[in-house]
Design a protein around this ligand. Structure first.
Ligand SMILES: [Zn+2]
Ligand SMILES: [Zn+2]
Length: 352
């Protein structure tokens, strides 16, 4: 097995070779055919999440190194553990990575996303920056017939995250406005799906003119340049006649979160998705006075993954742009993502 691994947090990944892992119990071994490079890989690579006010979530206590990143994995079933049933050698599958411990009360109730001991592929289990990967159980393997392999992998995180966030605002009405902040990988996915999940008119805010242009081509009702948040808010007020009914912050920086919060009309609902980090000052009085809601949304459930793939397979979701690079170009892919040079997704192919 060849993989690109974190040896030390914050330092370039290094190529390593290991014997092919043997699947045990319900495990399934897959030959990786594609793996998306996600923004959250950057945070794991750095070894921490910035919680603001000098606080950090240090990943050194949660992960052991060397570690293989990659949670947007597609592969071909290569071997089955003795208790694994329901898939055959050669089956092409997306690996659903958001797996819980499968032992605690929330996992047993089917809410694996709420598990306090997650066993996510690519953040706890070694992931898909490799030519082979282990999935813990066949139920996490999702068919993607009719979808290009390199596109299919992006639905495991960027697509699913966008879908789950939008679904939390599916109560919005046709005359409402929904503000999407940040048209990078996940935000752009949301622009593509939005009309299949919510009825509201979509306004996309991004500081990058190229990304705004892509958002307009992808069906956004209007776009805003939020590099000057005050000017953008004034423009938004005029566009919406009193504020947005919903906002989704795909960046998660203090400026974008505050921009989203201030964009809301009375009763407005903001979903925070982005993991940029830091913290923001919030007017506590505005929460009750404006009856606003802020909700965090993290990836999505296995059930939502199946719903999303049904939408994708029925042709209701336009593909996001992606670019394929060889696995051993993982470092340059991460650096380009960090520098904001990626439009859509970079997908690693270990056989390219
Ligand atoms: Zn991700
Ligand atoms: Zn659990």
């Amino acid at each position: 097995m060849h993989c690109q691994q974190i040896i030390h947090f914050g330092e370039p990944l290094e190529g390593r070779d290991y014997p092919t892992p043997e699947p045990k119990g319900t495990e399934v071994l897959l030959k990786v055919t594609a793996c998306g490079v996600c923004h959250s890989d950057l945070h794991i690579w750095e070894g921490y999440f910035d919680l603001g006010q000098g606080q950090k979530m240090d990943l050194l206590q949660r992960m052991s190194l060397p570690f293989t990143l990659g949670h947007e994995v597609v592969g071909e079933v290569a071997a089955l553990g003795p208790e694994a049933t329901g898939v055959e050698i050669g089956d092409k599958r997306i690996v659903f990575p958001w797996i819980g411990c499968r032992k605690c009360a929330v996992c047993k109730a089917g809410d694996e996303l709420l598990c306090m001991s997650p066993q996510t592929v690519g953040t706890r289990y070694n992931g898909g920056y490799a030519d082979e990967v282990i999935a813990p159980h066949p139920k996490y393997l999702i068919p993607y017939d009719g979808i290009p392999t390199e596109l299919a992998c992006t639905y495991a995180c960027s697509g699913l995250t966008a879908y789950s966030a939008l679904k939390k605002l599916s109560h919005l009405k046709a005359e409402d406005h929904l503000l999407l902040i940040g048209a990078g990988g996940v935000g752009l996915s949301a622009v593509h799906f939005a009309s299949s999940v919510v009825k509201a008119k979509i306004i996309v805010a991004d500081v990058d003119a190229t990304k705004r242009a892509i958002a307009r081509q992808s069906g956004a009702h209007a776009t805003l340049d939020n590099s000057d948040p005050q000017a953008a808010l004034a423009e938004l007020q005029e566009m919406t006649g009193g504020g947005a009914a919903g906002a989704i912050d795909f960046v998660g920086a203090p400026t974008t979160a505050l921009f989203g919060f201030n964009s809301l009309r009375k009763g407005g609902h903001m979903i925070t998705v982005g993991l940029y980090g830091d913290s923001m000052p919030l007017s506590t009085a505005m929460l009750p006075l404006m009856m606003r809601t802020i909700q965090g949304s993290y990836v999505g459930t296995l059930e939502e993954m199946h719903e999303l793939m049904a939408l994708v397979q029925s042709g209701k979701i336009a593909p996001i742009p992606y670019e394929v690079r060889p696995l051993d170009a993982a470092n340059s892919a991460l650096n380009d993502l960090k520098a904001g040079k990626v439009k859509g997704r970079v997908v690693l192919n270990p056989r390219a």
